[in-house]
Design a protein around this ligand. Structure first.
Ligand SMILES: [Zn+2]
Length: 297
């Protein structure tokens, strides 16, 4: 039996070097794969979001090309806010309204649907968020439209509207009344959209606007003070008793008065009015309305 020849020292050295090089290569590939996976995890949701937004925008654009004159006429007829916007902002407002409308599912409960209903409800949300980057309140996929006041849960008092985890609820008769008399500080559409905006920013994460979320803390420094003072004022002052019941209602009533009675609001509660302007990045008493440029059309 022939003896196995001994490997030379040089051959052994080469084998060890090759093994080390293999381990090194495997190690490199491992880090590359981990890096690529991390990149996918980080960028994928953003990419999906961008694609989704682009598709939403395209869908809305097609609707606008088809219906623009009619929608413009409806918004002019019902919305003093829209009438006051310069033409270039009216264009942006209408686009946002159509994007909002085409991304929501409207469910009409015991009421015959009309196109103006979903258009005007969407426009109310857009009015409130016109100075914000994120305006779609993505968490809410469904908006329920009811005919009149309705009963909800164990409450004996009828509702004009409310916001819950599964959607935004509005009674059409009360919604349209809010626009029939726009200057009385009572607007259920704006009121419920204020609750919905707070909900997407503080209760869930889909649709959060980081700027609004951060500024709300600064707003509350002033807001809480006014709210506390109202607790000992039986009349409730300018904002009324209902605003003093809970801080959530205080916020929603502030929104109604901010849009419907801005001049009196500014005179009666100047610091709170200024805090609202900064928070929402808009002031209906200034010609351009939006205070700082909003990137997202
Ligand atoms: Zn409320």
């Amino acid at each position: 039996m022939a003896a196995t020849p001994l490997k030379s020292f040089k051959t052994v050295q080469l084998q060890v070097a090759e093994e080390r090089s293999f381990v090194h290569r495997v190690g490199n590939w491992f880090f590359v794969i981990i890096f690529v996976l991390l990149l996918i995890i980080l960028l994928f949701p953003r990419l999906i979001d961008q694609v989704r937004r682009a598709l939403q925008s395209r869908k809305a654009q097609a609707v606008i090309e088809d219906r623009q004159p009619d929608y413009h006429a409806v918004l002019l007829q019902y919305l003093p806010y829209y009438r006051n916007l310069p033409p270039r902002l009216q264009e942006r407002f209408l686009k946002r309204t159509v994007v909002f409308m085409t991304t929501k599912e409207f469910e009409f409960v015991e009421i015959t649907p009309e196109e103006r209903m979903s258009l005007l409800i969407s426009a109310t949300a857009v009015q409130l968020t016109f100075g914000l980057e994120q305006y779609l309140m993505d968490h809410f996929e469904k908006i329920y439209v009811l005919r009149h006041d309705y009963h909800y849960g164990p409450n004996s008092v009828p509702f004009q509207g409310h916001v819950s985890h599964d959607g935004i609820y509005l009674s059409w008769s009360n919604f349209i009344k809010g626009y029939d008399n726009y200057f009385d500080g009572d607007n259920v559409g704006l009121h419920e959209m204020a609750h919905a905006l707070a909900y997407v920013n503080f209760n869930v994460s889909e649709g959060r606007d980081d700027g609004f979320h951060d500024r709300f803390i600064r707003f509350s420094a002033t807001g809480r003070e006014v709210f506390e003072t109202m607790q000992s004022d039986i009349s409730g002052g300018f904002l009324g008793r209902y605003a003093a019941t809970r801080y959530e209602e205080f916020w929603a009533v502030c929104v109604e008065n901010f849009f419907e009675r801005p001049t009196s609001f500014k005179i009666q509660l100047p610091e709170l009015y200024s805090a609202m302007c900064k928070l929402l990045n808009q002031d209906t008493l200034t010609p351009g309305i939006v205070l700082n440029v909003v990137e997202n059309v």
